[in-house]
Ligand binder design. Structure first.
Ligand code: NDP
Ligand code: 8X3
Length: 253
């Protein structure tokens, strides 16, 4: 039986590309996110293109009860999860702290930190109970170790993901569960459109004059990190476009 991977935030960007990449490698995939219609479209595509086994679970990772219920309700074929990709997340707003919106802060903290914790707890307990040597992948960021002007709360949530990835790696060591943190720089997805509350022109400006990474670039790294031999543990991968060194330095034409 092929291995099973659960991906949060598979309706767009990195998560969607990751679902495709695992399906292409013959994994059974559980795709999740709030936009149920997109999940159904992706399911049809993955089945058609790769003959993949696909399970859809539509829920909001901010809701602890929904997270637990979704994991509990997985059909038997998908109940034993080998790989969890904690990808669902967002940036909302880009303002000095005193001008920031508390609604934006709550969305980021509840999704990027608390949502990741709820899903990780539920899935890790499943992995431990089944005796599986599972693998958890967390989407961190270059913003997980650097803080840029106006990035305040988003950067804080990714610093939290960086700390939690280290904490999980220690706590799950005895269970043989590997934990990989993927830490990208600029990836062109719906990320900036969401950050700027739908302002596409402003979002396009983020990537102007340079070639950003794509969701496929990140997906390839995730598949590579999770298909290493049993004794190899990829702790973290930092990926930036060639035109970007870190959160502070990039070159544009
Ligand atoms: P996208 O906006 O394209 O995708 C975000 C995904 O997260 C969507 O599928 C969305 O699904 C899901 N999501 C958001 N909120 C929730 C929620 N409350 N419950 C369930 N799912 C949710 O952005 P990216 O693909 O770029 O982002 C993916 C991850 O990568 C994020 O954690 C982000 O911080 C991280 N990252 C992105 C970088 C970039 O430059 N793009 C760089 C570094 C890290 P839906 O709306 O349907 O619920
Ligand atoms: C996303 C990359 O530079 O917008 O984590 O923080 S950045």
């Amino acid at each position: 039986m092929s291995k099973t991977v659960l991906i949060t935030g598979a309706t767009s960007g990195i998560g969607e590309a990751t679902a495709r990449a695992f399906a292409a490698e013959g994994f059974a995939v559980i795709i999740t996110g709030r936009r149920a219609e997109r999940l159904q479209q992706l399911k049809a595509e993955l089945k058609e293109q790769y003959g993949a086994e696909v399970c859809v679970a539509s829920f909001d990772v901010r809701d602890e009860a929904m997270c637990n219920a979704a994991i509990e309700a997985l059909p038997e074929r998908f109940a034993d999860i080998d790989i969890l990709v904690n990808n669902a997340g967002l940036a909302a707003g880009l303002e000095h702290l005193n001008e920031g919106s508390t609604a934006d802060w709550n969305a980021m903290i509840d999704t990027n930190v608390k949502g990741l914790l709820y899903i990780s707890r539920a899935v890790a307990n499943r992995m431990i109970a089944s005796g599986k040597r599972g693998h958890i992948v967390n989407l961190g960021s270059t913003a997980g170790t650097q803080v840029y002007e106006n990035g305040n709360v988003y950067c804080a949530t990714k610093h939290a993901v960086h700390a939690l990835s280290q904490g999980m790696r220690i706590d799950f060591l005895r269970h043989g569960i590997r934990v990989t943190e993927i830490r990208p720089g600029m990836v062109e997805t719906e990320f900036s459109v969401v950050r700027f509350h739908g302002d596409k022109n402003r979002a396009d400006g983020v990537y102007k004059g340079l070639k950003p990474l794509t969701g496929d670039d990140i997906a390839e790294a995730i598949v590579w990190a999770t298909t290493q031999p049993d004794h190899v543990h990829i702790n973290e991968i930092v990926l930036t476009p060639t035109a970007q060194a870190d959160s502070f330095y990039s070159v544009r034409e």
